[in-house]
Ligand binder design. Structure first.
Ligand SMILES: *[C@@H]1O[C@H](CO)[C@@H](O)[C@H](O)[C@H]1NC(C)=O
Ligand SMILES: *[C@@H]1O[C@H](CO)[C@@H](O)[C@H](O)[C@H]1NC(C)=O
Ligand SMILES: *[C@@H]1O[C@H](CO)[C@@H](O)[C@H](O)[C@H]1NC(C)=O
Length: 285
């Protein structure tokens, strides 16, 4: 029997090198012949089959009724997939996710909800999304702008043995489209090697290349101070583009933290003073 090994080769190479540090959740997809090579060599992984949820055959490691009850008590309506991801995150501390093809869209929506409602949340999530070239429309979900560690593994349509490895830009200003995908490397399955051999999960948070960080802006000395008509170190997104109040100078004990942060990690600060007007009214009461 000749089974197609390329998916197993490329994904095992990536998982072994970059994801073998915490629990991996793999969303199996019947259309992709993928096996973890040297299965016993990985720290821990959990397999999830989305299709079996739809058929109501899903298996839970823990009793999901407890969680369902908990969620119902909070008047939340979450589907099975979201609940499954919440349980996986809470129970196994799953930090990395491998998802295929059409499941990616569903996963992204479900994960975004799950990470809001789970009691434990990782700051080191990594995502590997696998599909075949041209078979998936590009998604514009804010997830692709918010998460720094996303990898797309895209199988070449014609040769089927070469895989483009792309990542979301993440850094840079909004107008430079931080959610766009850029090619990092290529995996050549016949030779079982990466073409360039560079790190696939570069640390993007270290230099955010001017990416905007928006904070609520209100004058509340000594914690936050906002001045106009001075040298400027931030822009106010809560006023119109041509307003005299657009350029602001911010300071204060709390603001210092974010100023230092952006100095270190090269981000741009924006404030939003539309919250200020709301707060102002409250103070007058
Ligand atoms: C994954 O990590 C474990 C424990 O550190 C190690 O024994 C194993 O060799 C690693 N597996 C791979 C594929 O690198
Ligand atoms: C910081 O980001 C800007 C883009 O906003 C870039 O031109 C500059 O080179 C970056 N600084 C460092 C030290 O990398
Ligand atoms: C800045 O100064 C000018 C001239 O003194 C004044 O007309 C304007 O209202 C001031 N703007 C702000 C935001 O205080």
């Amino acid at each position: 029997m000749l089974i197609d090994l390329s998916w197993s080769l490329v994904l095992s190479a990536i998982i072994g090198t970059y994801l073998n540090e915490s629990t991996i959740c793999i969303f199996w997809n019947d259309k992709f012949e993928f096996h973890l090579l040297h299965k016993s060599d990985y720290i821990s992984f959990v397999g999830i089959n989305i299709k079996s949820f739809d058929d109501n055959r899903g298996q839970y490691i823990v009793d999901k009724r407890l969680k369902e009850k908990d969620i119902q008590n909070k008047n939340l309506f979450l589907d099975d997939l979201v609940i499954k991801i919440i349980i996986s995150i809470e129970v196994t501390h799953c930090e990395t996710f491998v998802v295929f093809d059409k499941d990616i869209d569903r996963f992204v929506n479900a994960f975004t909800k799950a990470s809001v409602y789970s009691i434990w949340r990782s700051l080191h999530n990594k995502f590997v999304f696998a599909h075949i070239a041209y078979e998936l429309p590009e998604s514009h979900h804010h997830f692709f702008e918010d998460q720094p560690n996303i990898l797309f593994v895209v199988r070449d349509h014609s040769s089927a043995s070469s895989f483009d490895i792309k990542t979301n830009k993440f850094v840079g200003r909004k107008e430079e489209k931080p959610s766009q995908m850029i090619l990092v490397d290529r995996y050549l399955a016949l030779e079982q090697r990466f073409q360039f051999g560079i790190s696939l999960f570069a640390d993007k948070l270290n230099n955010m290349q001017g990416r905007e960080v928006i904070i609520a802006g209100f004058d509340y000395p000594p914690y936050t101070v906002i001045k106009h008509n001075m040298s400027t170190n931030a822009q106010d997104m809560g006023v119109s583009e041509d307003s005299d109040f657009k350029n602001v100078y911010i300071d204060g004990t709390e603001t210092r933290i974010i100023l230092n942060f952006c100095e270190k990690f090269n981000c741009t600060i924006q404030i939003d003073s539309s919250l200020l007007r709301f707060k102002g009214r409250q103070h007058n009461n």
